[in-house]
Design a protein around this ligand. Sequence first.
Ligand code: NAD
Length: 367
Amino acid sequence: MANKVRAGILGYGRMGRGFAAAMQESGLWEIAAVYDISAPVRELARQQVPGVAIYDRPEPIFSDPAIDVVGLFTLADARPQQIRQALASRKHVLAEKPIAADVATEWELVRAIEASDRFVAVNLFNRNAWYHKDIRRFIAEGEIGELAVIRICHMTPGHMPLEGHDPEGPPFHDCGMHYVDVARWYAGSEYKTWHAQGLRAWGYKDPWWVQAHGTFENGVVFDITQGFIYGHLAKEQPHNCYVDAIGTKGVARMRHDFSEATVELYGVHEMLRKTAAFNDKKLDLMVDVFARSVLTGENLGFPQARDSVIASEVSWAMLNDAIANIPPVRGTPEEMQQILEHRRRLVNGFGLPVRMQELSDLPLAPV
Ligand SMILES: NC(=O)c1ccc[n+]([C@@H]2O[C@H](COP(=O)([O-])OP(=O)(O)OC[C@H]3O[C@@H](n4cnc5c(N)ncnc54)[C@H](O)[C@@H]3O)[C@@H](O)[C@H]2O)c1
């Protein structure tokens, strides 16, 4: 058995760079090639991943028999063709979400993926998070009784209209699909009913804040709030991100500020509190579990395309319900311009302008 997997990276934007860095850190990966459509991005890859082949087209990666895995980190519109080509070239796939820009294509891809013997992981990063694993273990031990209510909130001063990610849709799909997935993962059941309310901040055409609530087939009820309208122009940027799992006997919950996560477990036998690093998108864990799965030929627990597509389909449906319920307008286009201008002057923790990184939901610090 080989002891390393060889990767070809398609798309060297924010997530491509994150995955490449995680692969470089891991002892299980060797990056063989990078492809990006943009010349300045290819130049950046040349500097950051020295000694690898840099391409302006994907074919050399698909046709290289020494490449085991392709990392698909472009946008949703490019992914279907790349997934099909990867499977046809017998490559394993580590893909960003969503796997396509529309639900019908996503399901076609699931059928192709499930009919193939190749591994396809989709970056539902929450499924690799220590805090969700701790909470789910606690619930499974019976400490909160029967899970009854799952409440999730993800509000940050995040990605704005006109900042890219158009094929991924408005925030309740682009980012909210992660939380639609998390609620379903906790409930262990399929969505049954929902009602959604949205708000069209600044008069922008799409709701930039949405709350959905409803039921699962097994009787668990949920509410999910997602919004990138949380204190964009505040002097200090706030976040409100939590999961609250309410049982018939106890409660298990977490909160994070993108730097640290705190889990509080109120069980019938014990109360536990733990704070540890949030670890952003947990790409170190994703590349580790995927490499070990490819090397051993056994899925050791990476997130699946089917779960991603269900989350994508349901989050589109909830978003459409919010739109059908006529989201009111608050704020003005002038305020939106002011925020966009403000974000152009912001830098992230690495000193890079936010718009260069196309950040969707990371914490930001004013210059
Ligand atoms: N799982 C998560 O938590 C998470 C977080 C952020 C983004 N994402 C997803 O990751 C993907 C990438 O997002 P990002 O923020 O890195 O975007 P980005 O715009 O920073 O990067 C995309 C890169 O792909 C390149 N590209 C676009 N189309 C291409 C094509 N057809 N062929 C080759 N290169 C192409 C662009 O030049 C760019 O360098 C998106 O699908 C997004 O939804 C997931």
